[in-house]
Design a binder for this molecule. Structure first.
Ligand code: GLU
Length: 280
């Protein structure tokens, strides 16, 4: 397969924690159409085993097939790849770029409320961690020490090309990563690996050449290019698409069962109707 490196490859990466809704239909259709004439892959992001359910995974396959979006096999399931994520964390730890943390969300909120902290910043990994546990070697959460990680990559340009709603060429600056991302979580006790780590490893493992996903994840890409550089993985191209919103302009969420593809199917809608509803 001498030319396989050139083949365009996209993916749809849903979590089987509820029914696919119109927002997922948008993500899946964009990925499918942008793969053409390449390959469209599927990844089941079931790291949160407390919420993932086999019947939701079965519904994903059923809805995608009904929409006419055929995918390549094998399908990757993140819950079966925990050892791969653990190896990556070990590699970062050996480089001295991680530490353990035992803070609860409440601890973090309390620490950020201290007067010397200034206004807390909400970045793509949530509230920016104040570094309370920095240097610790025990605790169930493993964090990336951002300052050390940036030091390790000194001189490297962390950039990506975006062709979606905010098309352009972007570079993650040290300053922005420190202030808006900070010491991001790499793994938690209840979830072998955090999204930012698993997504980067899996996109590389699946040979994804263009990551397509909703524009709510645009800023997270700055963390992803950093993790790619640390793990010496390639940076794919990115295409963040517009989100499907409800009448009030709010982004659809899993709990919006009324907008589940399965509900529309049961009411007699066709795949063409779904495409029309999301503006295709
Ligand atoms: N499982 C993630 C989601 O459903 C996928 C994010 C991504 O495509 O990178 O939002």
């Amino acid at each position: 397969m001498a030319c396989s490196a050139k083949l365009k490859r996209t993916r749809f990466a849903p979590s089987p924690t509820g029914p696919l809704h119109l927002g997922h239909a948008m993500a899946a259709i964009v990925a499918f159409e942008r793969a053409d004439p390449g390959e469209f892959l599927l990844r089941i992001e079931d790291l949160d085993q407390s919420r993932a359910r086999p019947h939701w995974e079965a519904q994903i396959y059923d809805d995608l097939a009904w929409l006419g979006l055929g995918w390549q096999t094998p399908v990757i399931r993140q819950s079966e790849r925990l050892n791969i994520y653990a190896q990556a964390i070990d590699k970062l730890s050996e480089l001295g770029l991680t530490y353990h943390c035992s803070c609860t969300r409440a601890d973090i909120r309390a620490a950020l409320a201290a007067p010397q902290e200034g206004a807390p910043i909400l970045g793509p990994d949530g509230l920016v961690y104040p570094g309370t546990c920095r240097g610790k070697t025990s605790g169930d959460t493993i964090r990336l020490d951002m300052a050390r990680a940036l030091d390790h990559l000194k001189g490297r340009t962390l950039s990506f090309e975006e062709s979606g709603t905010q098309a352009g060429y972007y570079t993650a600056t040290e300053d922005w990563l420190l202030t808006h991302c900070g010491d991001v979580v790499l793994s938690r006790k209840d979830m072998g690996a955090a999204y930012h780590l698993a997504v980067v490893i899996d996109d590389a493992a699946q040979g994804i050449t263009e990551v397509t996903r909703g524009e709510d994840l645009f800023e997270a890409t700055f963390i992803h290019v950093l993790v790619q550089a640390l793990l010496e993985l390639p940076t794919p191209q990115y295409h963040h698409h517009r989100l499907v919103r409800d009448e009030a302009g709010k982004r659809l969420a899993k709990r919006d069962d009324a907008r589940a593809i399965a509900t529309y199917r049961a009411e007699g809608a066709s795949p063409a109707d779904i495409r029309k509803m999301i503006g295709f």
